[in-house]
Design a protein around this ligand. Structure first.
Ligand code: KG4
Ligand code: ZN
Length: 340
């Protein structure tokens, strides 16, 4: 039996201050999240300065809770994992500085983690049998990518968005129909009361790039539709707009993912990122995978949105490969997937 590897993971890239203790990459001993959503709702989106300040206020308490809940002390740990990009630079810096201080004080190795690779790794936590290679659709607030996960920590991007990320489109459309921030979960909920076929919004295809995405067109189509209704003094059925928009986005996400799985001969499909918690996307992907005889994996909704357990999962596989970050680790706001 190999020795257990216990990692304390820290995540502060956006508006959640989070810490978790993860054993051997897949077993979550604690997963503490302090959300700032209520604070930012007032401004209709994340205010970077407020996010950084709140992270500083909360991070020590969140880490202590994660250690206490897991029933461990710093002496029991094997490494510290921390998100160092991409994200808001000031927010990232809080987690990175904290992780470096703990690593230095406790004499522990430090492993810098890519936030999006963390999202992908969330799939390992509840799907103990899932191993690379597989195809992963990453849909978050800032990213929309189709990636081949070739080995642990080895990614090949085969598709990406040319403009808005899927989550960004959800948030913008939600704002336009007056649902407020964060828009994704609100559109998800309201869509259940609407008719997804009520309005035909466009499904963008990009010539010569079958696995790339574009969501600015559907977003503009929704805005045009709303303007048109306003000019004609027609009442808007917000549930129908939400459901029709969501259907357009989900159709494209599912269709391209299945086509990519066929093209790259992948039998396993996973989804990751905040939008992966969307109920319509999960249902549609599940049905499409069943139809095409593909295995479908997904984290539970709470592990799709930002958390530190996923960072612990990703850190474990990097740690096992011998990856170590120096105490000069810096926040990299525009870090690319697969970069170190
Ligand atoms: O992955 P995430 O928590 O943070 C980033 O790394 O960006 O993703 C946040 C995004 C937001 O745009 C949010 O509106 C969207 O995920 N989101 C959803 C749902 N829950 C969160 N979008 C659609 N349906 C949901 N249920
Ligand atoms: Zn995220």
């Amino acid at each position: 039996m190999e020795k257990d590897v216990l990692i304390l993971a820290i995540e502060s890239s956006c508006d959640e201050t989070a810490a978790a203790v993860v054993r051997n990459g897949r077993e979550v001993l604690s997963n503490v999240i302090s959300s700032q959503i209520a604070l930012h709702t007032l401004y209709g989106g994340v205010v970077p300065e407020i996010a950084s300040r709140k992270h500083i206020e909360k991070i020590n308490q969140v880490i202590q809770e994660a250690l206490d809940e897991a029933g461990v002390t710093l002496q029991d740990l094997d490494a510290i994992g921390v998100t160092y990009g991409p994200g808001l630079v000031g927010a990232l810096l809080v987690g990175v500085a904290e992780a470096k201080a703990i690593a230095y004080a406790a004499g522990l190795p430090l492993v810098g983690v890519h936030h999006i690779e963390g999202h992908v790794s969330a799939n390992y936590i509840e799907n103990k049998e899932l191993e690379p290679p597989f195809l992963c659709l990453i849909v978050s607030g800032g990213h929309t990518h189709l990636v081949l996960v070739k080995e642990y920590g080895v990614y090949e991007i085969i598709g990406r968005t040319h403009d808005d990320a899927a989550g960004e489109a959800y948030d913008k459309v939600a704002r336009a129909i007056g649902l407020g921030y964060p828009g994704g979960p609100k559109i998800d909920k309201l869509s259940k009361e609407g008719n997804p076929k009520a309005i035909a919004f466009p499904r963008a295809q990009i010539e010569g790039a079958p696995f790339d995405f574009s969501f600015s067109g559907v977003k503009s189509a929704v805005l045009n539709y709303l303007n048109g209704c306003a000019m004609k003094n027609e009442e808007i059925n917000r549930a129908d707009v939400a459901a029709s928009f969501q259907q357009a986005v989900v159709d494209v996400l599912v269709e391209k993912t299945i086509a990519a799985a066929k093209e790259y001969k992948m039998e396993r499909i996973a989804i990751a990122g905040g939008v992966a918690s969307n109920s319509a996307l999960r249902a549609a992907m599940e049905a499409a995978c069943a139809k095409h005889n593909l295995q479908f994996y997904h984290p539970s909704p709470g592990l799709c949105t930002d958390n530190a357990a996923m960072i612990g999962a990703a850190a474990y596989y990097e740690y096992q490969k011998g990856v170590r970050s120096g105490l000069d680790l810096n926040a990299v706001p525009n870090l690319k997937i697969g970069e170190r």
